[in-house]
Design a protein around this ligand. Structure first.
Ligand code: GLC
Length: 556
């Protein structure tokens, strides 16, 4: 299998990227129109969130027909045109495959509901127990994970919304249907895939109550998941030699992720995990307010970097995506130090070992939405939790504050291309309001010499030009430093030291107190920094607010 450690991937949330036909919704021709911008950035692949026919209850993660492009996004011709135009510019297209579940509007599910036994077995239907659902499992979007169908007197399983019914992967026909879909899109010229929550596809043989939690321990990294991923690989993208694949792994373990992504296992090219993005959850509860725990963030990133390196697993590196609040608002400072902290956060991730992902708008420091009424939210999860928190008697104001910090819509506001009305995104009313923070756009960013976009270009270039950043081993420096996240990448004699100040107070990095004390007496070169001047005082490096430095230490 190929290695993708010299590549950088850009994620496009299609609905919010670029509207080409004035209906307020982003679409595929809109992406094609912005390819030059993406080529300039220097990314290698574009991951498109699902573009298939869907009732859009979960913005396309509820697929009703995997073979057809949703008319709101364009046509098959638009998509093949995009694939060709991207290819001309050296970029590949990755599609998002949602195979844990289908929309309840999918033909298979409709036939299942009509009582067709063949299609009922495509899903997970079970009898209730004493008038209650088959188990006490909780859906990831809130409420029971089972939905009752009166005319069948049975429940179907939905780990997400009730309009997203879980597929039965134990049924070989289901697997074959899904492999045919992957092969169909490979034939259309796509370069790879992202597989949605793919570590949840294998359910246990018997369904029992979870006395300790919401049921996830029974289906996460489930009993036959590796067998199924190996089969998927063999039957589809494994036949081509250069497809790129990434699996989204929900509540997973390091051990499982090594198996999913170690090239010898022949499953996937790399994996996303989310442990580092739960460091601002109060006792694991996302819907609460908590300052992020910096030490925990470092410990988790460190654990995964070390563990994946040791066992040859491959990591997708990221802070942002369409399910996460914007990182500059979350772990940075989206006010006074927006630029500095956006660049620092980017550095801390891009210089790690793995394959970096950039989420649309991140490259010029887009922030959270700061919506101030529930009417502005669109996301099914956010609206469900608004209602749940209401039932728990939280005050409206408090709930809105929680949503402002936690809602997935924070990452889903339209891309701010320009500062004009419509922000270069649309000529109509956008499907979701723009972020309330003004003075941010790609155009305005590029007017400055010290723009965030240019900084991202440099980060990408650094990875491409330096084998040590691609392949070097990783070692954390001063693991327990209260404000610095520093690490060393080494490949033979080549060494790169990365120091990131996560706070607005100035702080010294004192090599004398670290394992690298001898290194800095050698010749070194600043490869990149988010400030103009690098400050050395008495042999110590002074890190300014949210400063990052990337230092190449030259071999003797
Ligand atoms: C993944 C997607 C998310 C979606 C969920 C259910 O986590 O990233 O947007 O809601 O799966 O498909």
């Amino acid at each position: 299998m190929n290695n993708f450690d010299d590549k950088v991937i850009y994620q496009i949330y299609v609905k919010s990227f670029m509207d080409s036909n004035g209906d307020g919704l982003g679409d595929i021709p809109g992406i094609t129109g912005r390819l030059d911008y993406l080529e300039n950035l220097g990314v290698d692949y574009l991951w498109l969130t699902p573009v298939f026919v869907s009732p859009m209850n979960d913005n396309g993660y509820d697929v009703a027909d995997y073979y057809k492009v949703d008319p709101s996004f364009g046509t098959l011709e638009d998509l093949t045109h995009l694939i060709r135009e991207a290819e001309k510019r050296g970029m590949g297209i990755m599609l998002d495959m949602v195979f844990n579940h289908t929309s309840t509007a999918h033909e298979w599910f409709r036939k299942a509901l009509a009582g067709d036994p063949k299609y009922k077995d495509y899903y997970i239907f079970r009898k209730g127990r004493n008038g209650e659902p088959p188990t006490n499992w909780i859906s990831k979007f809130g409420g029971s994970a089972w939905e009752y169908v009166p005319h069948l007197d049975e429940y179907y399983l939905h780990l997400f919304d009730r309009t997203q019914a879980d597929l039965n992967w134990d049924n070989q026909n289901v697997r074959q249907e899904l492999y045919d879909i992957v092969n169909y899109w490979l034939d259309k010229g796509v370069s790879g895939f992202r597989f949605d929550v793919v570590n949840l596809i294998s359910k246990p043989e018997v369904f029992i109550n979870d006395d300790e939690g919401d049921g996830r321990r029974f289906y996460t990294d489930g009993p036959r998941v590796h067998e199924y991923l190996k089969e998927l690989h063999r039957e589809t993208f494994g036949r081509t030699d250069n497809a790129i694949t990434v699996g989204e792994m929900s509540s997973t373990s390091l051990e499982s992720c090594v198996r999913y992504s170690n090239p010898r296992e022949k499953e996937l090219s790399m994996v996303f995990n989310f442990h580092h993005l739960k460091v601002d959850y109060e006792k694991g509860d996302k819907w609460s307010l908590k300052e992020f725990d910096f030490q925990e963030l470092k410990d988790i990133l460190n654990h995964w970097q070390e563990g994946m390196e040791l066992h040859d697993g491959k990591m997708a590196l990221f802070f942002n995506n369409h399910d996460q609040p914007r990182v500059v608002s979350r772990f940075g400072d989206d006010g006074r130090y927006r630029k500095e902290s956006a660049k620092m956060l980017a550095t801390s991730i891009h210089m790690l070992s793995g394959t970096p992902y950039i989420y649309q708008g991140e490259e010029f420091g887009m922030t959270n939405a700061y919506f101030d009424s529930i009417g502005e939210y669109r996301d099914v999860e956010s609206i469900n939790y608004y209602n749940i928190l209401k039932e728990e008697n939280l005050q409206e104001e408090e709930i809105l504050r929680i949503l402002q910090a936690k809602s997935r819509d924070n990452g889903r506001t339209p891309v701010l291309w320009t500062s004009e009305e419509g922000h270069g995104f649309t000529t109509a009313k956008p499907w979701i309001p723009f972020s309330k923070i003004t003075g941010i756009s790609a155009e305005e960013d590029l007017e400055n010499q010290d723009s965030i976009i240019r900084y991202y270009r440099k980060l990408i270039r650094l990875r491409k030009e330096n084998p040590v950043i691609q392949k070097g081993s990783y070692r954390i420096i001063q693991k327990n430093h209260p404000s610095l996240f520093s690490y060393l990448r080494s490949l033979g004699e080549e060494k790169v030291l990365v120091i990131n100040n996560f706070y607005h107070e100035e702080v010294f990095f004192d090599p004398e107190e670290t394992e690298v004390r001898n290194l800095l007496s050698q010749r070194y070169q600043i490869l990149l920094s988010n400030y103009e001047n690098f400050t050395l005082q008495d042999g110590k490096i002074l890190l300014k607010p949210y400063e990052s430095v990337v230092i190449a230490i030259e071999p003797h």
